[in-house]
Design a binder for this molecule. Structure first.
Ligand code: HEC
Length: 70
């Protein structure tokens, strides 16, 4: 899953990605987290606590905020 993050004046400033890697981190539903700058540099990746600490609030929906994939 990919989210484009824009500033208030509609400039792309981050691309955040979550994808599943089998057996990567079962306690976190095997999500692998990445934060990219628009140019493609990965600034954070893997088991990123900052991402998980917020998304854990929707752990019951497989750590996904939008939609309903249950
Ligand atoms: C402060 C809370 C918070 C943090 C920290 C956070 N997110 Fe999110 N994330 C959200 C919310 C809320 C949404 C739902 C869409 C929206 O409101 O923009 C979301 C949506 C997403 C989505 C789209 C799938 C979904 O859950 O709807 C991805 C992918 C994503 N985030 C990745 C990341 C990554 C990668 C990080 C860490 C670099 C991260 N997020 C950190 C709150 C957070």
């Amino acid at each position: 899953m990919i989210k484009e993050n824009y500033t208030d004046d509609r400039k792309l400033f981050l691309i955040t990605v979550m994808y599943k890697v089998k057996d990567f981190y079962p306690a976190g539903h095997d999500w692998y987290w990445v934060k990219f700058k628009p140019g493609g540099d990965a600034r954070l990746e893997g088991k990123v606590d900052a991402c998980i600490d917020c998304h854990v609030g929707v752990a019951g929906n497989d750590y996904v905020f939008t939609g309903n994939i249950k």
